[in-house]
Design a binder for this molecule. Structure first.
Ligand SMILES: Cc1cc2nc3c(=O)[nH]c(=O)nc-3n(C[C@H](O)[C@H](O)[C@H](O)COP(=O)(O)OP(=O)(O)OC[C@H]3O[C@@H](n4cnc5c(N)ncnc54)[C@H](O)[C@@H]3O)c2cc1C
Length: 413
């Protein structure tokens, strides 16, 4: 990324304000990737949205305050893809578990042999595909790739190098500054032909040359669809269950995860915290960052810097509201129970996590604290849209448009 993205809510809001006037031109230009130092036709709001320093409904409302919906539909749909993927994964948690299992198996098999060698060369930027090697370098240096570059990268990884898609998804997850369990895993599955069964994404040299304006050398022969993974059944979407509501009679602290570092500045936490009996509001917060370190590798330095900075920003904003925040990087399973005991609380309020590192940690931390309670709060935006995220995006799009209109009416000056 050519410019630095400060990891604060204030910087996210400033970036949004800078982007809003450009939102109408987005649809026409968004597919061009002019490189980290070239003109940027997209918003680059993703690290802020991924950590929910700012949220999809805030972005949608800000854009609709200035533009007619029809002129910015393309941008609003892309923001909606994030809501859709999260809602889709909530309804199919087995897809996340199966990704974790397949990743563990692929990592264990990487000890030696041709796949291990191809994988090592690919992540070192020496795959032999000049454009893939350039994106590998860009990703490691900047923590960011344009959406089109992510699609081409994943396609070359799977259908050019014949590498397991889960290893590519993991490489992205560790290096992207916006690395997100739902958007990343499901996008890789989409390229691999697993999200929309039978529809694989095969990059072509001509498409890459056109949309990078000839900046990158792409002179490879047609990719080989047969290198993709075998089809697998999607399974039925589970019914959407409501998260546990807060119990107002319990002494309560705040819990923030990397899935929502908005704190009390926005979102459902703000409203739920205000609704608690004052005597039960214990002014402490645990900010738990799971998934920062892991067995095979750790987060890349740019991704880690953003996450640490965003957590520090959340801590500072909570501090300004009189709440003492403790930041824990990759906390152990008993960290929640220990923190609760130390501060005499029996309940945490937390924005709801979708399947991913934070939810995995919460599940083990909750099991280690059987008497305690974590009330996960769903945002009104997710509440309105997730019921429509059980099938494809095109079935979801009308609900997205209606939610945007409702939001626009509700936030009109
Ligand atoms: C293989 C692959 C992996 C990806 N991994 C991630 C990831 O880990 N985290 C992530 O946030 N996005 C991911 N994306 C989606 C998309 O590439 C990025 O959200 C986008 O490039 C971020 O740049 P931007 O903020 O300028 O997006 P813009 O084009 O300006 O879009 C605005 C916002 O909409 C959302 N968005 C846009 N496109 C998509 C999309 N296709 N799917 C889901 N949300 C979208 C993002 O929150 C983004 O910030 C992935 C896409 C692919 C093909």
């Amino acid at each position: 990324m050519g410019e630095a993205l400060p990891p604060t809510r204030a910087a996210g809001l400033a970036r949004l304000a800078e982007f809003v006037p450009r939102a109408a031109a987005y649809g026409e230009r968004r597919n061009f990737d002019e490189g980290p130092d070239g003109p940027c036709h997209v918003s680059r709001l993703s690290p802020y949205l991924r950590t929910r320093l700012i949220a999809e409904d805030e972005v949608t409302a800000a854009v609709l305050r200035v533009h007619e919906a029809a002129t910015v539909r393309s941008f609003l749909n892309e923001v909606g893809w994030r809501t859709y993927f999260r809602g889709w994964l909530v309804r199919r948690p087995a897809v996340w578990r199966s990704y974790r299992g397949a990743l563990a198996a692929a990592e264990a098999a990487l000890k030696a042999g041709p796949v291990a060698e191809r994988h090592a060369r690919a992540i070192a930027g020496q795959s032999g595909f000049a454009c893939l090697d350039a994106w590998c370098d860009e990703l490691r240096r900047t923590g960011y790739l344009h959406n089109h570059a992510r699609m081409w990268f994943a396609s070359l990884w799977i259908y050019g190098l014949g590498l397991p898609w889960v290893l590519g998804a993991d490489f992205f997850q560790r290096h992207l500054v916006d690395g997100d369990a739902a958007s990343n895993t499901l996008s890789w599955r989409w390229v691999a032909g697993l999200h929309t069964p039978g529809k694989r994404y095969l990059a072509t040299a001509a498409n890459i040359e056109r949309f990078t304006r000839g900046r990158l050398r792409a002179d490879f022969p047609p990719l080989n669809a047969a290198l993709g993974p075998p089809a697998e059944p999607l399974g039925e979407a589970l019914p959407l269950t409501e998260p546990e509501p807060p119990d107002r009679s319990r002494r309560t602290a705040l819990l923030l995860t990397a899935d929502d570092l908005g704190g009390l500045d926005r979102g459902p936490l703000k409203a739920a915290y205000a609704a608690l009996d004052a005597a039960n509001r214990v002014p402490v917060a645990l900010v738990a960052l799971s998934g920062a370190t892991r067995p095979l590798g750790t987060l890349g330095s740019t991704a880690r810097e953003f996450l640490d900075g965003a957590a520090a920003d959340a801590g500072a904003r909570l501090g300004a509201a009189g709440i003492d925040a403790t930041i824990a990087v990759d906390p152990p399973a008993d960290a929640l129970a220990d923190f609760a005991r130390e501060h005499g609380v029996t309940q945490f309020l937390c924005a709801e996590s979708v399947p991913g590192a934070a939810a995995d940690w919460l599940a083990t931390a909750g099991a280690a604290w059987p008497d305690g309670r974590v009330a996960g709060l769903r945002s009104p935006w997710d509440h309105a849209l997730w019921p429509h995220a059980s099938r494809g995006f095109f079935a979801f799009a009308p609900a997205l448009a209606a939610a945007g209109e409702a939001l626009s009416r509700a936030t009109a000056p």
